[in-house]
Design a protein around this ligand. Structure first.
Ligand SMILES: CC/C=C\C/C=C\C/C=C\CCCC(=O)SCCNC(=O)CCNC(=O)[C@H](O)C(C)(C)COP(=O)(O)OP(=O)(O)OC[C@H]1O[C@@H](n2cnc3c(N)ncnc32)[C@H](O)[C@@H]1OP(=O)(O)O
Ligand SMILES: Cc1cc2nc3c(=O)[nH]c(=O)nc-3n(C[C@H](O)[C@H](O)[C@H](O)COP(=O)(O)OP(=O)(O)OC[C@H]3O[C@@H](n4cnc5c(N)ncnc54)[C@H](O)[C@@H]3O)c2cc1C
Length: 607
């Protein structure tokens, strides 16, 4: 019935202050940004073009271009990836050749694989590209740099001479990503003034002299680092959206279990449903908190870079790359699990889950393929370990590697299931697992004469070690979050339950790592799983309140299954009747194609 809260009985079970939990979830970002971030998930280019200009353009260039971009007097596309190269930025083929006679760069796509391919906004709407191209001076290749290139007339939007642009076509399913005009672009000797090379980091003089950057060349990758830390925040939004839908529906849906006319069982009370759903609920909170930490770490990096302090740049790269990889994989897989948790109705468009999945899953690829990103983390870990011998004391997220020797002797002292509720017990186990996996890789790498050959040969193990490292970061940041002052009745307790679920679910999922590295015994692994089951029972009465705390409107969720009032069945039915197929009783084509078959006489018993 309209106006009735079918989930009121669930909300009345809450054992914590939901208003405070809403504030904890929102953190430093207001509700608008929470909505704005996700709603722009498929409209990424103003979100990259502008940061890229800030990162790579001189003050003078910024003064010229930023006001135009900010006021949408020009529409920019972050145009880096090509048909033949995306992950390997140093492999990009587009060229920008300096012509000293005219003080210009000539942009050209020398091969088909040099065609720019994928950049968002490029296909139909962008008027300008921040094109990444190989800088060529006097036949010498200085590597990939950024160039501002006008693509279309600001009068009639027609493409300019030498520019061939198109959309790359439909993408995955009918998802909303098809509202994004990811495009293709070929340059045929397009000339731009020299001052349209972004020259904050390195310059080309009027005489054609290349002035190399006096800061790490990787700062030219700064926009990708910026976006990756944003993507971690987006992962928490996308996953929490799916978890909200599937949790509310799991409380509404009843299936089996009726005795003597009693109501059937709520599927949220099945232990299998809880074992699939509650780790995702915990993961949404875990990713939210690690995104908060990563954002502050990134802001600290920016301040340091202003002061030419590059000391945390390698760690910032490793953390943004690794956490982008882990959190987008968890969110993408989690959204699909949430669809399955809703049974058949989860496959309906009106559930909001297929669309959410179709829009979200490219996050595992864009801004750095997730495996390629973990390999970057692995390089960083191996380099950190290699420097231990020279007395280099790791700090920050790799500080535990400074205690590698001690961690190699670690054995968990868990005796009872509740021992796994102690944060220090959990962190030690995760540190030992990560340290032993990385040390084992470093040990094996040392057997190779050519370190690069070794890295390639061991890359699958290295990715697992990098994963263990990133999961340790997320667990640690969840624990640190709860060391802060958090007011409100029962709020910290509930977050403590989610923190333990997140950690023990990972331990259970990766039990092979913990056993094969001899960090814990099978018995201790069994106790962790025992504790996990008990924790699910503690979350159960608070589940609806915990997803209410995301504070999403029904409009934002756009899901009949995830409605705040739980009034699912009437709305499912109502939504179905909006489908144009139901405008007529007899479907188009029936008379032409189906009816003749039905009318066909039977011949010898055969149709
Ligand atoms: C604001 C918007 C918010 C959210 C957006 C939401 C949705 C957006 C939707 C779509 C947007 C998608 C847009 C895109 O996809 S843009 C294109 C993205 N492309 C990539 O991410 C390419 C990935 N590849 C790379 O980043 C690099 O090629 C690489 C894999 C890192 C390899 O680079 P390379 O130059 O070959 O370096 P290496 O030889 O591997 O390493 C040398 C050295 O450099 C260090 N390094 C590498 N990268 C960085 C970095 N970014 N920052 C700092 N340091 C870096 C590396 O660790 C190594 O260090 P050593 O000490 O070992 O020498
Ligand atoms: C929706 C969407 C939006 C995008 N928007 C933009 C944009 O606005 N601007 C832009 O410039 N680009 C954009 N891209 C492109 C995107 O950045 C690239 O697709 C991404 O960086 C992955 O690169 P790739 O396609 O070359 O993948 P590849 O690297 O070709 O990946 C293919 C496979 O090879 C593996 N692989 C690659 N290298 C290694 C290695 N060294 N070791 C082990 N395995 C490896 C990968 O793990 C993967 O399994 C977008 C892509 C998508 C899907």
């Amino acid at each position: 019935m309209e106006g009735v809260d079918h989930l009121a009985h669930e909300r009345n079970k809450a054992q914590f202050d939901v208003a405070v939990m809403k504030a904890v979830w929102a953190g430093s970002r207001d509700a608008y940004e929470l909505f704005h971030r996700f709603s722009r998930l498929v409209a990424n280019d103003p979100e990259m073009f502008i940061p890229a200009i800030k990162a790579q353009a001189t003050e003078e260039q910024q003064k010229q271009w930023l006001p135009l971009a900010n006021k949408m007097k020009i529409i920019g596309s972050y145009t880096q990836t090509e048909l033949g190269h995306g992950s390997n930025v140093r492999g990009l083929e587009t060229t920008a050749t300096f012509d000293p006679k005219t003080d210009e760069f000539v942009l050209n796509s020398p091969t088909l694989t040099a065609t720019k391919w994928w950049p968002g906004g490029l296909g139909k709407i962008a008027t300008h590209a921040l094109a990444h191209a190989r800088l060529i001076i006097d036949d010498k290749d200085y590597g990939v740099h950024g160039f501002l290139v006008q693509l279309r007339s600001l009068d009639d939007h027609l493409t300019l001479p030498g520019i061939t642009i198109g959309d790359i076509g439909m993408k995955y399913g009918s998802g909303a990503y098809n509202t994004m005009d990811n495009g293709s672009l070929i340059f045929d000797h397009v000339r731009i003034p020299r001052n349209q090379m972004l020259m904050r980091l390195s310059q080309v003089t009027r005489e054609g002299k290349y002035v190399p950057s006096n800061v790490p060349r990787q700062l030219s990758y700064g926009t990708m680092v910026y976006v990756r830390q944003k993507i971690v925040f987006d992962a928490s939004i996308a996953l929490s959206r799916a978890v909200c839908i599937s949790t509310r529906y799991s409380a509404v849906r009843r299936q089996f279990g009726s005795h003597n006319g009693s109501p059937e069982t709520q599927v949220i009370d099945y232990k299998t449903q809880q074992a699939r759903l509650f780790p995702l609920l915990a993961s949404a909170y875990a990713i939210r908190f690690v995104s908060e930490w990563l954002n502050s770490f990134y802001k600290d990096l920016l301040q340091r870079l202003e002061a030419k302090d590059f000391s945390t740049l390698p760690e910032a790269h490793a953390c943004t790359a690794g956490l982008k990889s882990i959190t987008t994989s968890v969110a993408a897989d989690g959204i699909e699990e949430c669809r399955k948790l809703c049974g058949g109705h989860g496959y309906l468009t009106s559930s909001g889950l297929p669309e959410l999945s179709a829009v979200y899953i490219p996050a595992c690829t864009y801004e750095g393929d997730n495996v390629v990103m973990l390999l970057q983390v692995a390089r960083y870990l191996m380099k950190t370990i290699s420097q231990l011998k020279s007395g280099n004391k790791p700090v920050g997220t790799t500080a535990y590697l400074g205690r590698a020797e001690q961690l190699m002797q670690y054995h968990s002292d868990v005796l009872r299931a509740e021992d796994w509720l102690k944060p220090n017990v959990v962190v030690e186990a995760f540190e030992a697992r990560a340290a032993r996996m990385s040390m084992a890789c470093a040990q094996n790498l040392s057997k190779f004469n050519n370190p690069e050959d070794g890295f390639q040969e061991l890359s699958a193990d290295l990715v697992e070690a990098a994963t263990a490292h990133c999961q340790l970061i997320i667990v640690s940041k969840f624990i640190e979050k709860l060391q802060q002052d958090i007011p409100g009745k029962g709020v910290k307790e509930q977050l403590g339950v989610l923190r333990s679920i997140y950690a023990l679910f990972l331990l259970h999922k990766h039990i092979g790592d913990f056993l094969s590295t001899d960090c814990i015994t099978p018995k201790q692994g069994y106790l962790a799983n025992e504790q996990l089951r008990s924790l699910y029972s503690q979350v159960r009465p608070n589940a609806i309140a915990l997803v209410d705390a995301f504070n999403y409107t029904d409009h934002f969720l756009s899901s009949v299954l995830g409605r705040y009032d739980g009034n699912v069945y009437p709305k499912l039915y109502e939504e179905a009747w909006k489908d144009p197929l139901n405008d007529t009783s007899i479907p188009d084509g029936f008379h032409e194609y189906v009816q003749p078959m039905l009318k066909q006489p039977l011949h010898h018993g055969r149709l």
